[in-house]
Ligand binder design. Sequence first.
Ligand code: FMN
Length: 221
Amino acid sequence: MKKIVAFNGSPRPAGNTSHLLSKFIEGANENQIEIEVLHPQRLNLEYCTGCLRCNVLRRCSIRDDDWAEVSSKIVNADVLVFAAPVYFHHVPAPMKAMLDRFRSFINVQITETGLIHTPWHTWNKDFVLILSLGSSDAVDADPVIELFRYMTSILGENNRLHIITATRLAVVKQVIKTEEELRELYQKMRLSPQLAPVDFLRNQELLEACRELGAKIARRI
Ligand SMILES: Cc1cc2nc3c(=O)[nH]c(=O)nc-3n(C[C@H](O)[C@H](O)[C@H](O)COP(=O)(O)O)c2cc1C
């Protein structure tokens, strides 16, 4: 059976990220597919030490943590989902620490003009990036998007990247609040209550976009 491995990078168990990811999973579950959700902050993962031995070993040299198991799940997955809140224009630290370990999936050769990246495995995966932000401006997510464009390309030219950015979600569970709840919240936050119906609709559209993407990807693989 085809497999989705999803990483939920939010430290808030019932936060916006979790709700957006749940919708993606709901859509994917409309098809016969195996889905596993992992939380980088709950995994025992050391930081990359920069030893670069992976360039020869074809695996990470750190052996006494969860990476061997997690990396094998990553390699065997058809779809990798990275759902996270944006923290200071990036993903939260546990997810970034995990992403640094992806260095062990590739050989890097230094040339006079730049770097040549050769993945140890043949990668042909869908990467899904679901980002939740407090800001109204999705520009805060640009460094994360840039990183994932880079990573998906160096891990194999056949990889595909799908991105959903969910803005104006500063408060926990904001994405699932009713129009009335948003109006009350915006009054407390001294935001125009006129934003409530607009944001309510937009949040519904975002949740539906996550569900549709899950269904579309699970149908295709
Ligand atoms: C430490 C920290 C840093 C943050 N940095 C940003 C940021 O740079 N840009 C932004 O739009 N939101 C930022 N936020 C807001 C969160 O991204 C936003 O509230 C998100 O919806 C939280 O998702 P969650 O409910 O899944 O935890 C930050 C929040 C925290 C706690």
